[in-house]
Ligand binder design. Structure first.
Ligand SMILES: [Zn+2]
Length: 453
């Protein structure tokens, strides 16, 4: 159960809430003021017992989705390489052991460089909440169960490496782009480090990192706040009695996440005889002005991203696919990774008839021309219109947990949906040209070409 996310960012907004302490144990019951919350707005609930609580009211959602995040991933791990991922596995095993039925099909857990995630969806909100909070329960596993889980983690490593033979190269690219050795650490660990996992070390790490009040809870639900609040209170009360101990040292939020910036270039080209088609990775990191208006900037990134993804002759996807089908699969992503960093990543497999050299030329030429972008106004309006329509009907990520994740990691304010929509309306081709001319410069680019034989 592992999902490789290079870096995610996270987002929030505020609401007025009062806090009340109840008699029993030290359960915090939090009471919200009854303000009307508009559908699909991410609301940060203050006064909750969690490190943070985010409520997203989605009236037409058929189920409740709960996600619990601990900001502890491989990046923060100073113990054996891969330990947070191992701890995640143990938490899941422990949670499953202590519930009556097998793991629900919509439950998931994964560990990235920055965080560990547990999620659960259910038409019964109590169930979704209980499922995610159960991962904080004290580990009550026998040593032989822990060792058995270590074998699973080892097999997962072997499976992943077989599946992605260029994994090391990609990880090195991450380290280069961020100029940070820790970014070279793969959350999966290495065969040597996995063999070195010891049960007491894992139990201690779980106890330190998986405390309820260190968790960020995100709730997407069709339930109104009054009801959701009750559900959260009940779930917290139940889960907190099954915690390790309630008297842990005070918790302080993790440091602001920043990474040194690279001005250099990286170009690697290697041959991997066992793969069928050539592929390449490209990363471009840009430092952005930190006092930028988050709504306007989000609008710009969304539009730039849609432009790049466009399948017409103007977009990058269009240029790559329609030019003799040079590329078979393409994964293109533009995102803010912290309050001051923008990252463009491209990951593509060439089609079997295309030479790697041809694909490479097309990609680089496209990027170099972006700063001169000039498309007919109706085309520009079409791309903008599609984006606006998607955001307005709520099918896009503005109402998902993604934005909360962004705020948590990047310490960014949560963009406001209405303001983003207004900002998109106002964008011009000039804005895109400016962004691209700052962002897509060959001096800050990492490319890795992997040639099939
Ligand atoms: Zn896993």
């Amino acid at each position: 159960m592992y999902n490789c996310i290079l870096l995610s960012d996270f987002l929030g907004s505020c609401f007025c809430f009062a806090k009340r302490l109840t008699i029993s144990l030290c359960l915090l019951l939090f009471i919200g003021c009854e303000q009307q919350m508009s559908p699909n707005t991410i609301t940060s609930i203050s006064g909750s017992p969690f490190a943070s609580l985010w409520y997203v009211y989605v009236p037409d959602l058929q189920e409740t989705r709960a996600t619990l995040i601990f900001q502890h991933g491989e990046y923060d791990n100073d113990k054996v390489h891969g330990l947070p991922h191992f701890v995640e596995h143990l938490a899941v095993r422990n949670a499953n052991k202590h519930r009556s039925k097998a793991i629900a099909p919509h439950d998931g857990a994964w560990t990235t460089r920055l965080a560990t995630y547990y999620s659960s969806s259910s038409t019964i909100p109590e169930e979704a909440l209980a499922n995610v909070l159960r991962h904080t329960q004290a580990l009550k596993l026998h040593y032989d169960e822990i060792i058995a889980e270590r074998e699973i983690v080892k097999r997962e490593y072997e499976f992943r490496v077989r599946d992605e033979q260029a994994r090391d190269i990609w990880t090195n690219t991450g380290a280069f782009i961020f100029q940070d050795e820790r970014m070279r650490r793969d959350p999966l660990g290495t065969p040597q480090s996995i063999a070195a996992f010891k049960p007491p070390m894992a139990i201690l790490s779980h106890r330190k990192t998986h405390q309820l009040r260190k968790g960020h809870l995100i709730l997407l639900t069709p339930e109104r706040w009054a009801r959701a609040r009750e559900l959260v209170n009940t779930a917290w009360a139940r889960a907190s009695t099954q915690q390790h101990d309630m008297s842990q040292q005070p918790w302080s939020p993790p440091q602001q996440f920043t990474l040194p910036f690279t001005n250099g270039q990286l170009h690697q080209e290697i041959t991997v005889p066992t793969i069928a088609t050539s592929r390449f990775y490209l990363s471009q990191r840009t430092r952005v002005n930190s006092d930028v208006d988050v709504n306007k900037f989000e609008a710009l990134i969304l539009l730039a991203s849609d432009f790049l993804q466009d399948r017409s002759a103007y977009g990058m996807v269009g240029a790559l696919y329609y030019d003799d089908y040079q590329i078979n699969t393409l994964d293109l992503n533009l995102e803010m990774i912290s309050a001051s960093d923008l990252l463009l990543t491209l990951n593509a497999k060439t089609s079997s008839e295309t030479s790697l050299g041809d694909a490479k030329r097309t990609v680089l030429q496209f990027l170099d021309n972006l700063q001169f972008l000039d498309m007919p106004e109706p085309e520009f309006a079409r791309i903008k219109g599609q984006l606006l329509a998607r955001l307005r009907n709520g099918s896009d990520k503005l109402n998902s947990a993604d934005y909360v994740f962004k705020a948590l990691v990047g310490r960014l304010p949560v963009p406001d949906t209405d303001q983003i929509l207004a900002a998109i309306e106002a964008l011009t081709q000039d804005d895109l040209r400016n962004l691209f001319s700052q962002m897509v410069t060959s001096s800050r680019r990492a490319t890795v070409f992997i040639r099939a034989e």
